[in-house]
Design a binder for this molecule. Sequence first.
Ligand code: NAD
Length: 302
Amino acid sequence: MSAKLIKGTEIREEILEEIMAEVAEIKDKHGVVPGLVTILVGENPASISYVTLKIKTAHRLGFTEVQDTQPVDISEEDLLALIDKYNNDESINGILVQLPLPKHVDEKKVLNAIDPDKDVDGFHPVNVGRLMIGGDEVKFPPCTPAGIQEMIIRAGVETKGAEVVVVGRSNIVGKPIANMMLQKGVGANSTVTVVHTGTQDLAAHCKRADILIVAAGVPDLVKPEWIKPGACVIDVGVNRVGEKVSEKTGKTIAILKGDVDFDAAKEIAGSITPVPGGVGPMTITMLMKNTLKSLKFKLGIA
Ligand code: NAD
């Protein structure tokens, strides 16, 4: 294997340690800790496991964490009232509504009701606008793109003047990471191309990339011959391609694959993220970082 592995599991631990140290310092100086509320509607098993992981991480970091579970038939009006309650709760710095919401609730309306200054997911239109403007305007970069940028920085990959090609144009990954990489500043200042289902020659664009960020949701979409030798490859894709029995727990678990043919790509790339254990662990980590940031903004120390 020639490529350096960029391990999200290791970078996550580094960042969580940094957050823990900052939380302790703020608690000491200001007598407060970050507060995060997770609002879960209904009993979707996947949502429960995501929320549980977020709560566990928040707890480990010494945050105040509030788990607010609501019945699946909660009315839109009551859910909006709940958001309003947390918008006005001084002890809460981050509000997270676990998606998907039941069909009778307008998801957009609910997410847009969150105070943009507590929108630690970074999906509120105000925060999307702030991200587009860049620089000091940015408050909460969305968590997966923020994790990607952090991995690139911590792997020591040069971004200034680099050709960055992003595969995918979703609102949660492709568009925001493309926007972040073209801004002036650390871990950015790149020349960015976004390719998608309307692109004519995907391979030709990917071959130019010094940094190739792939978020398409198509297993093995990126072939090894599309990778420029020495490039940094960030594989965001998480695709379930089967099931297996875990050697550790004996339970049946999903077999996950990225959007890049990892085994072949690692022989050509300079650095590469694995799936699982690459970008995945970064998302919750950056959610915690955003929640800490929210408190720091409030205290005027960000
Ligand atoms: P999405 O379906 O919303 O968007 C996928 C994008 O890829 C679209 O813009 C589409 O145009 C493009 N695309 C799809 N097939 C293509 C093809 N054949 N050629 C060119 N472009 C193509 O998906 P998303 O929400 O952005 O997620 C993408 C992948 O990343 C998924 O596998 C998802 O599970 C994963 N993901 C992982 C994390 C994480 O690790 N924390 C977070 C978010 C998403």
